[in-house]
Design a protein around this ligand. Sequence first.
Ligand SMILES: [Zn+2]
Length: 435
Amino acid sequence: MADQDYTLADDLLEFIDAAPSPWHAAAIMAAQLQGMGFEELREDTAWTLRPGGDYFVRRGGASLVAFRVGSDPAGSGLRIIGTHTDSPGFRVRPEAAVGTDNGPGTLRTVGVEVYGGPIVASFADRDLGLAGPVWVSEPGTVATPRLFSSPHPLVRLPNLAIHLNRGVNEEGLKFQLQDQLALTFAENDDGAGEAGLREYLAAELGTTADAVTAWELAVADLQPGTRFGREREFIANSQLDNLASCHAGLHALVNERPARGVTMLACFDHEEVGSESHRGAAGNFLPSVMERLLAAVEARDAAGEVAARSWLVSADMAHAWNPNFPQAYDATHAPQVNGGPAIKLNAKQRYASDGEGEAWFRAACDRVGVPVQRYVHRNDIPCGSTIGPISAARLGIRTVDVGSPMWAMHSARESAGARDPAYLVAAFRSCLAEV
Ligand SMILES: [Zn+2]
């Protein structure tokens, strides 16, 4: 395959490199949408929408819904791509900078909470930064968020030498989650306080430590993405789950104008911790956007019909066949990287796909020559889930769970196929082109 076929893969890697946190991902998507003429709506202001208009709205900084209105929204329904912006890893604790008190005490560390289900050991020995909003107050006012990203690797989780951990290759690398995840941050300066994270952030943001009121900081792997393999036909980066789906959804939305219905991209935070939050997929963000959208186009009375005419593609990554671990898969339902998107099926409804959804998504892919695969989890390993079942239940919209196959899901450094981003965009565009 010629180099130019990997344009979307390279674009995806750049997107992730620029988005070390879900807040950054939402901000980048917002900036791209704005640059393409999408108008930002605010939830605390009345909406005036017009046919042919392009809009987006954010909630909580890290969730975003963008949509394009056709000439007859009620008659055609919606085509929605749903994704999540967050990735599992660590979040910095509020009282973050602690001196080590269980040894010689020459180092300062940053304490973290585990966020979602990361492969904890994969964060060891990596060039980690901190990224996310930091709330800074002016005297007499409520603090407001400023988006922060450390300009260089800032913290680290050093491994233990094999000479001090002789069983590591037989037993696996294990970190005790409460006591062994403190990230190395600075040399101690005998308690003068100037090496603390709060002081560091204040200096970076040009304010005082007292003005740094709160933060939501993710620990981010700062190594840039790359393509690897003989033809460089594979990709590696952090956060492929699920920024690869956000990236493909955004490309599809901005390149596919609806004729009659509404096309939409809905990207949620907090999927990795269950979606049950103000800005998560189990919250009312998307139902509220839909209700206000239908009201604005005078179709509120037709909400039931619109929902029944609509489709939601819940886009999250799928597990690709890994030849070193054949026992982890149902061999007849193990998708290959660079083989096109997989429809994710689960009889227990951990994925929302059903027969109707499979038929519909397959037809959309067939129309544009995108190959389709299937993923089904083994019976003897609990299956993960995603926003698909939550959204389907909440919205009453037919839903199909799909995703590009990838390796090492929830590792700090994930990998996938370099041809799949283009397959995913083409499949999504075909789904959106229906309305
Ligand atoms: Zn995911």
